[in-house]
Design a protein around this ligand. Structure first.
Ligand SMILES: *Cc1c(COP(=O)(O)O)cnc(C)c1O
Length: 333
């Protein structure tokens, strides 16, 4: 199966590195797939999806991409920058509690602004009908003579899934260099495209691992349905027969904590722990929660095999949003 054309935006293959001191501390052979290193400002897991999505946008003759996310969306920041790389504008529809008093330009928002993205703020209620809203915005742009290309939340559609379907082939090559071991690939799940891509890639390539997500919003059943739907769309659109069933999709639930993009002290403490042991810095919204889940699940005796490959999906700018509400003083001593 040949993947669709892509725009080369990601610095890949990314390294697979052993987290030596955390491996000792956790009592497991721990490796980190460094997808935080797919680039600099244009980095993280979304870049792998955007390679395919923006190639499609270019082929369609688009001059502006339209997408949506939370206020500190990594996906929107990556899209705004990737769009510029492809010579396009971007319109970001961002969710915030009070669109009348939008958040300060920090972290990802600052990068959105620097890249010259147009930002429209909407309420969480409006965000519930985001797909319709994106279509309305696209229609407005068409009326104004523009050629918009709509990318759904997280870049998670069948085409975007190619990003991690191809990353699975990359992982198979990485693991071929290591001694055989029962391995779990652990990733943070937010809109489902990374998980769906990995599962599709495992079916398409020779990758003998367990693939387990940690949901950072909603719940496990929601993501089994979302990921199952993305995989079914992929099979339909590309004539594959991966046949990923929702029941076969492994999600560890119970780590949403205070809610999406809200952090607890114990989660940030594990983020600080990994940074101080192995010099790898996670993000608070996704990878930090998934890593916290890993530490708790291992303590509770969950069997994740002999080796864990933790997928670092990026998101560093979420740490730079300003954290007056976060317990950094207490954590950093
Ligand atoms: C978007 C994102 C995820 C979740 O990936 P999905 O494909 O949306 O499930 C994980 N980590 C980071 C840092 C992200 O920005």
């Amino acid at each position: 199966m040949t993947p669709p054309p892509k725009l080369p935006l990601a610095r890949i293959p990314t390294p697979l590195e052993r987290a030596r001191r955390s491996a000792e501390a956790l009592g497991i052979d721990l490796w980190i797939k460094r997808d935080d290193l797919t680039g600099s400002a244009l980095s993280g897991n979304k870049v792998r999806k955007l390679e395919f999505l923006l190639a499609d946008a270019q082929a369609a003759g688009a001059d502006i991409v339209v997408t949506c996310g939370g206020e500190q969306s990594n996906h929107c920041r990556a899209t705004a920058i990737a769009a510029r790389r492809a010579g396009m504008d971007s319109l970001l529809v961002l969710r915030t509690a009070d669109p009348g008093a939008p958040p300060a330009a920090t972290g990802n928002i600052l990068l959105d602004r620097i890249a010259g993205a147009e930002v429209q703020w909407i309420t969480p209620q409006e965000y519930a009908r985001r797909n319709e809203l994106l279509e309305e915005r696209a229609e407005d742009l068409r009326s104004a003579g523009r050629r918009p290309y709509v990318i759904p939340e997280g870049g998670s559609n069948a085409l975007g899934c190619w990003g991690y379907a191809c990353a699975a082939a990359e992982l198979a090559r990485d693991l071929a260099d290591l001694p055989a071991a029962k391995t779990t690939v652990l990733y943070a799940c937010g809109s489902g495209g990374t998980g769906a891509g990995l599962l599709l890639g495992r079916a398409l390539h020779d990758l003998d691992v367990t693939i387990t997500g940690v949901n950072v919003c909603d719940d496990a059943d929601t993501f089994r349905a979302v990921i199952g739907g993305l995989c079914a769309d992929f099979d339909r659109d590309y004539g594959t027969r991966c046949a990923i069933e929702p029941a076969d999709i492994e999600i560890i639930d119970g780590y949403v904590g205070l809610g999406y993009a809200r952090s607890r002290t114990e989660e940030l403490a594990e983020l600080v722990g990994l940074a101080r042991r192995d010099g790898v810095i996670l993000d608070p919204v996704y990878s930090g929660k998934a890593f916290y889940a890993l530490t708790r699940e291992l303590k509770a005796g969950r069997d994740l095999g002999e080796r864990v490959v933790f997928l670092h999906t990026g998101g560093i700018f979420g740490l730079m949003r300003g954290g007056g509400d976060l317990p950094w003083d207490e954590l950093l001593g």
